[in-house]
Ligand binder design. Structure first.
Ligand code: BDR
Ligand code: CA
Length: 303
């Protein structure tokens, strides 16, 4: 089992990622933190608690993170995920309390207590992990790697160059990419290809209570590619379980923090400016057919 920390902004694809993470015995989720992103941090925190209650995993602590990006004005993505961030399914009101620690303090505690350096999966903006790195550089050695959903080296989804998570807090992203901690960047280059087709969504609904819940959320999810709905955040966990289904290329990534290209993740694909330095393994291809089958099979094992 792989011990992990999840830092998220659910968000419908985040919800699907949480479903995978808390139900798969190959993962030991030691902490779930929230950040402002798809919707406000109050809502993303509540959504995390809703999901843990649904899956009867309230043993996992949920700690609330940043209310807003480091410098940039906050803009949500309620147009994609709905007003609550998880429109489409009626969860009962939450009764589980949020952890008393803020996200950064809780991360420090979990990392410090860990016997070995841990993997941190981040699928929202990177405000919390940037704060962790700048406020607690001493725990860097306890981070094995960041597996990030975000960025793109082939075009954006909020502008022609920027992906939502990086665009939401580019200053945080820059800190994370420059921290010297190993990074796997799972960006739009692959996540726009890992789709759940309408046929797979119909199948999901017939599987079990979890499949019904996820398919209801997916029906209201407004992100759509030709052939289905992109399951961005789920790719991080798919990568951890099946790295052989991805092609990675190693690059130096620079994050643009101002101007019209704000939020872009620029890769030095031809070694023109990075002087041979590299800071990220960038996913450039994924076995999308395998992904869809794996997702259905994973949900089939849920309650
Ligand atoms: C990312 O933006 C969010 O809306 C999704 O949850 C995903 O993390 C895709 O660009
Ligand atoms: Ca997300």
């Amino acid at each position: 089992t792989l011990p992990i920390i999840l830092d998220m902004d659910p968000g419908i694809d985040d919800a699907a990622a949480i479903a995978i993470a808390v139900n798969n015995p190959d993962f030991e989720v030691r902490l779930l933190t929230s950040v402002a992103g798809n919707v406000s941090v109050d809502k993303t925190t509540t959504n995390e608690l809703k999901l843990l209650e649904f899956f009867e995993r309230t043993d996992i602590p949920v700690a609330m993170g940043a209310k807003q990006p480091l410098k940039k004005a906050y803009q949500d993505a309620a147009n994609i995920h709905g007003v609550s961030g998880m429109e489409g399914y009626d969860f009962p009101p939450v009764t589980t309390p949020v952890d008393q620690r803020d996200a950064v303090s809780a991360m420090v505690d979990v990392l410090t207590a860990a016997a070995a350096p841990m993997t941190i999966v981040a699928t929202g903006s990177y405000t919390n992990i940037a704060n962790l790195l700048t406020q607690h550089p001493e725990v860097k050695v306890k981070i094995d790697r960041f597996v990030l959903m975000g960025g793109s080296i082939s075009g954006g989804n909020v502008s022609s160059v920027a992906e939502f998570n990086v665009f939401t807090d580019p200053d945080a992203a820059k800190i994370v990419f420059e921290a010297g901690v190993p990074i796997v960047m799972i960006g739009l280059d692959v996540t726009l290809k890992a789709l759940i087709s309408p046929a797979a969504m119909a199948k999901l609904a017939t599987l079990n209570a979890s499949g019904k819940m996820l398919s209801s959320l997916l029906h209201s999810y407004q992100d759509e590619e030709a052939g289905g709905k992109p399951m961005h955040d789920v790719n991080t966990l798919f990568y951890l379980l099946h790295p052989e289904k991805f092609t990675l290329e190693r690059y130096q990534i620079d994050v643009v923090t101002e101007g019209p290209a704000i939020g872009a993740t620029v890769a030095d694909t031809q070694n023109r400016w990075s002087n041979g330095r590299t800071n990220a393994d960038v996913a450039v291809a994924v076995d999308a057919g395998y992904f869809e089958n794996w997702f259905l099979a994973s949900v089939a094992k849920m309650r």
